[in-house]
Design a protein around this ligand. Structure first.
Ligand SMILES: [Zn+2]
Length: 461
């Protein structure tokens, strides 16, 4: 079966065919670095991570670009309020963002272009738009995109602006624009911008947010590329405006497939600082979630459905992650260093098919956990073959290359390992006193010994 993705622009699942055979160019809207990104933002970043990992599994060469918006209204406002130079502010939150990406095991993008390092590309694109008759300079020096010049405006969100324009025009109090829906490409400098400004053919100012993404995606991925993602909150006006700017500036179609991740709610409502349910990744790790449990919770709902997060989901996620670790351990010790021809279990095909169907992660996870249940059963009744064990390990490996739910293996120090061996020997000789003494000794070194049917296991205290 071929891979199908739901394309926001056509409102249907479409067979995915990359522009260039074997390669995928992906652009995902990155953070505006005026604050720490919250779990809702990370839901979208994790969905994009899963999309990318799946396309890698399918054998595509990926080029992934994610922008860093380090100048816009919000960054300027925050820098003034906090009395911190804008560069210092955005640098701090960019670092925090990269820390959180690592914490959640999100694969890094190939490029993280910062808006402030690409002002000239933006100016160039705005110039093209003015020359082509798609943009105009207003009285205050700002430059606007004229949506009247682009009849396809609204095609992403299926909005029809016909007839609405003139009425809105009358009630609009923005006299500088020809049309109230025209959006800004270049914002003329105002006093409240402080020293945040660049020279341009239209005077001192700064780019609008939308042109940042159009200019940077084109610079790194070309005028026409495969997939553009973001949260549903980016659809309008941000992505609609990106399409208008890019298609008018380059004369080419912009993006083949638009994919959007739905909202995340907390306890059934909007996350809010005043309700005390506004979560950042760091907060949740402090509360006992792990990168794996967070990944599990955020990926277990299909990306096009609203996800309802709550702290109580931790228990179920802990158990799910534990089940994966356990089967991995059991199969590893079952197969040992014996070589067996390794194919995949039958269910692997269905697992891939589920993901090929617009990334049906709930179905893929259900298939995986059902396979774990059956495999445990067969191990219990001693009916699993070595071949099955080896192919099971291969399945876990592929599964983990996409979901990354297997906790990182912890290196046990050599001293602890040798004490552990001594203790095993003592237990074989039924020398319980020595075995207990050794357990205490290991505990003093910061490790906890747990006796399991497969032998003693060790974990940090
Ligand atoms: Zn963007």
């Amino acid at each position: 079966m071929s891979t199908k993705f739901y394309n926001t622009i056509t409102r249907q699942k479409e067979t995915f065919t990359p522009i260039k055979k074997g390669e995928v160019k992906l652009y995902t809207c990155g953070p505006t670095v005026y604050d720490v990104a919250h779990i809702g933002n990370f839901r979208a970043f994790l969905f994009e991570d899963l999309l990318k990992r799946f396309l890698l599994l399918k054998g595509y060469k990926m080029t992934h670009v994610m922008n860093i918006t380090d100048v816009d209204d919000k960054t300027i406002k925050q820098s003034i309020e906090k009395k911190i130079p804008i560069q210092e502010l955005t640098e701090t939150f960019t670092e925090r963002f990269f820390d959180d990406l690592k914490r959640l095991k999100i694969l890094p993008a190939d490029e993280y272009p910062r808006a402030t390092a690409h002002i000239q590309s933006m100016i160039k694109m705005i110039k093209k738009l003015i020359d082509g008759g798609f943009a105009y300079q207003a009285g205050d020096g700002s430059v606007y995109f004229s949506i009247d010049a682009y009849p396809e405006y609204g095609k992403l969100v299926h909005l029809d602006f016909g007839g609405q324009k003139s009425t809105e025009r009358i009630i609009s109090d923005e006299y500088t624009k020809d049309n109230p829906q025209d959006f800004v490409l270049w914002k003329a400098w105002k006093e409240e911008d402080g020293n945040v400004a660049w020279d341009s053919p239209w005077g001192k100012g700064r780019p609008g947010w939308h042109i940042e993404c159009s200019a940077m995606s084109t610079e790194y991925l070309g005028a026409h590329f495969d997939i553009h993602c973001g949260g549903v909150d980016n659809m309008f006006p941000h992505h609609e405006n990106e399409i208008a700017q890019s298609e008018c500036a380059t004369g080419e179609p912009f993006v083949n497939i638009w994919m959007h991740c739905e909202y995340l709610l907390v306890d059934g409502g909007k996350m809010s600082k005043s309700l005390g349910n506004y979560y950042q990744i760091f907060d949740l790790l402090e509360k006992g979630f792990t990168p794996e449990t967070l990944r599990y919770i955020l990926l277990n709902t299909h990306y096009r459905k609203t996800l309802n997060f709550s702290l109580s989901k931790r228990h179920e996620a802990d158990q799910a992650v534990q089940r994966i670790s356990d089967i991995y351990e059991r199969l590893t010790s079952f197969v040992g260093d014996k070589t067996a021809s390794a194919s995949f279990p039958k269910v692997f095909n269905d697992f891939v098919k589920a993901l090929e169907n617009d990334l049906d992660t709930p179905q893929a996870l259900a298939l995986f956990f059902n396979w774990i249940k059956q495999t445990n059963h067969r191990l219990d009744e001693d009916s699993l073959t070595l071949e099955d064990g080896a192919s099971g390990l291969r399945f876990i490996d592929k599964f983990n290359s996409i979901f990354d739910l297997l906790p990182g293996r912890i290196e046990i120090p050599a001293t602890v390992l040798s004490l552990l061996n001594e203790r095993e020997e003592a237990r074989t000789n039924k020398n319980w006193k020595l075995s207990d003494d050794l357990r205490d000794k290991i505990h003093k070194l910061g490790w906890l010994v747990k006796d399991t049917p497969d032998g003693a296991k060790c974990q940090p205290v």
